[in-house]
Design a protein around this ligand. Structure first.
Ligand code: ZN
Length: 174
C-alpha cells in the first residue's frame, strides 16, 4: 500500500509543513482544495496529513490519514519524522514544486546564478520544472542549524547532498 520511502500529502492547512518535508527530500504533495473528492485519488499509496478531524473518515476508503497534533510547523515536522521515520535526503527536492533536483556543473551554472555565487560555490543543483538553480552558502548553513534544532538525533549525521534550495521556508505560498 505505502511507498517506500513513504510519500505524503499535506492538506490546505499544512503548506509550510509540505515545504519543510520537501526540503528534507520527502515526496510531498500539497493540496489547496482539501475536499475528500480531491484528496482521495491523490492520497492512494501516500500518507495523508491533515489538521481536519473530519478527514479521518477517509480511512474507511483505505487511505492512511493522520491528524497532525500541533499548529506549529516545527512541532509538526518533528512529529511527522518521529512517527514515520522516513529516510531523509535533505536538499535533494525542490521545496516549491516537489521535483527532484538535478546536479549542474559550475560551467552549466555560469550566467544563471549571481557572479559572486558562481565564483565561490563549487556545487549547484537545478529544478527543471521551476527552471531554478540552487546552491549552498550561509542560507543553507542556517537551515541545517534549524533542522538540527528541530529534529535532534533524527537529523542525519551526514546529509547526502551539499546543495540547498534557497527557498524561504516560512513564506506563505508553498
Ligand atoms: Zn521546482
Amino acid at each position: 500500500m505505502s511507498k517506500d520511502p513513504p510519500g505524503f500529502v499535506c492538506d490546505f492547512m499544512l503548506g509550510r509543513l509540505a515545504r519543510y518535508l520537501r526540503t528534507l527530500g520527502l515526496d510531498t504533495l500539497y493540496v489547496r482544495q482539501s475536499t475528500p473528492e480531491v484528496l482521495l485519488p491523490l492520497a492512494h499509496g501516500r500518507i495523508l496529513l491533515t489538521r481536519k478531524r473530519a478527514l479521518l473518515a477517509l480511512r474507511n476508503q483505505g487511505i492512511q490519514v493522520y491528524l497532525v497534533p500541533s499548529e506549529k510547523t516545527d512541532e509538526q515536522l518533528r512529529w511527522v519524522i518521529e512517527t514515520f521515520r522516513p529516510p531523509l535526503r535533505p536538499f535533494t527536492r525542490c521545496a516549491l514544486c516537489n521535483t527532484p533536483l538535478v546536479h549542474k556543473t559550475r560551467e552549466e551554472a555560469k550566467g544563471r546564478v549571481p557572479y559572486y555565487t558562481w565564483r565561490t560555490q563549487a556545487i549547484f543543483s537545478y529544478c527543471p520544472r521551476c527552471d531554478k538553480f540552487y546552491w549552498g552558502g550561509t542560507h543553507k548553513d542556517a537551515m541545517v542549524q534549524r533542522f538540527r534544532r528541530i529534529l535532534g538525533a533524527l537529523w542525519p549525521e551526514d546529509p547526502s547532498q551539499a546543495v540547498v534550495n534557497t527557498v524561504e521556508l516560512d513564506s506563505q505560498e508553498p
